[in-house]
Structure formats: C-alpha cells, structure tokens
Design a protein around this ligand. Structure first.
Ligand SMILES: Nc1nc2c(ncn2[C@@H]2O[C@H](COP(=O)(O)OP(=O)(O)O)[C@@H](O)[C@H]2O)c(=O)[nH]1
Ligand SMILES: [Mg+2]
Length: 203
C-alpha cells in the first residue's frame, strides 16, 4: 500500500533551502529501515508496504521480529531539514535480495548511505556492504539496538563486519527520532570530510 503525505503540515520545501542531498537508508530485512525513515522524516513518510503473506514463509526471516506484519516492496521516502538551507531526502531500500534490481535506481545520485545493522544477524549485512562498495557509495554503519540483542564492543563489530578504519560506526534506536538524527549527522560529518577540499600548505 502506498501512503502519501497528507495535504497539511510542512509539505513544500521552504524557499530558503539552497542545498539538498539524497541519502540512502539501507540494511537487511527487518533491521529497522522503514522505522528509521519514519522517525526522522519531517513530512509524513511515503511508504510502500505490503502485508507479509504465507508466500514469504521460509524466505523472509521473521524470527527476530515476529510483530513485523508488512514489508517494503518499493522504497521509503522522507525529508529532513538539517538547517534552513540544507534538506536531506531519505530513501529507504527494501532489504531482501529479490528487490536488488531496484538498487541501482534507488542509490543513483546518493551522496551516501547509512547502513543499519542488527547484531543478531551480522552476516545479513555483508551483502549490503558489498553492494555499496561495488557502487562506490560512501557509507556509515549504525547498529540498531533491539532489546535482547547481543551487545558487542564497537571495535568487535568493526572487525566482524570488516569495516575500513575510516568508516564511521555508531549505534541508534531507529524508533527514536533524536537518536536516528544523531546517526545521520555521523554520516553527514563523514561525507563532509570526504568532500572537503584538500588544503595545500602555503609555500
Ligand atoms: N525493539 C525494537 N524494534 C524495532 C526497532 N526498529 C524497528 N523495530 C521493529 O522491527 C520491525 C522491523 O522494522 P522495519 O522498520 O519494518 O524494518 P525494515 O524491514 O528494515 O524496514 C518492526 O516491527 C519495528 O517496529 C528498534 O530499534 N527496537
Ligand atoms: Mg522496510
């Protein structure tokens, strides 16, 4: 079902906005991508969710999130103003491999990606990280903290995911807007560093 923004509230981009960036929220199935986009978006998020049916039994792993009743079959879309002049457009990806053909389009033109990870299923993130590497999309990683999930030192997780030492690694609670915005800021700071002009020392 597609739910579009309602006609009230902050729908249009304010006139002072001069810069925008496309950011992708990615991660494996049921890691909290739709929840994340919903918690940070300042407009009612656009969602393309369908009810999970018997057809996904044995295909989509619902063991860790038994209350999950729908899954993203297109994308999530939200918008967030980081300042009066800068707006972020957030695109949440579907998690399952069968939606991979959509990836190229969804990530095209993205400045970077925030990869959500669940410590109960770290291996499921490998494919997503590899896809970003292949596409050359810079990314930061945020561990979405589920109750009862194993807790590891960030250094251990960095090692397990084989992350580059420069790749930012942080934690968040995707249900909490403030926590999610902090994770996005971690990504944006990294992207700013990547794009900062290298200052040559004066002769
Ligand atoms: N306990 C807990 N549940 C979460 C969190 N983030 C998402 N969920 C729940 O996990 C399920 C999957 O989240 P969803 O956003 O649909 O995952 P997606 O498949 O990555 O889009 C939903 O039932 C959410 O309510 C979190 O940080 N903590
Ligand atoms: Mg989703």
């Amino acid at each position: 079902m597609v739910s579009a923004p309602s006609s009230d509230g902050l729908i249009y981009v304010p006139p002072g906005v001069t810069r925008s960036a496309k950011i992708v929220i990615s991660g494996s199935f049921a890691v909290g991508k739709t929840t994340f986009v919903g918690s940070v978006s300042q407009i009612p998020p656009l969602r393309m969710e369908e009810r999970i049916t018997q057809a996904s039994a044995g295909v989509d792993d619902l063991e860790r999130t038994p209350r999950k009743t729908t899954t993203t079959v297109g994308m999530d879309f939200g918008r967030l103003h980081l300042s009066d002049a800068l707006v972020l457009y957030l695109f949440g990806t579907p998690g399952q491999g069968r939606f991979r053909p959509m990836w190229a389009g969804l990530t095209e033109g993205a400045l970077g990606a925030l990869v959500l990870v669940d410590t109960r299923n770290l291996e499921a993130s490998f494919e997503i990280l590899a896809l970003h590497e292949e596409q050359g999309t810079p990314y930061a990683v945020a561990i979405n903290l589920f109750e009862g999930a194993p807790q590891y030192d960030l250094d251990e997780i960095r090692q397990a995911l084989d992350l580059d030492p420069r790749t930012p690694l942080t934690t968040c609670d995707a249900r909490d807007g403030t926590s999610s915005v902090l994770a996005l800021i971690t990504l944006c700071e990294y992207l700013t560093e990547l794009h900062a002009p290298v200052l040559e020392p004066r002769p």
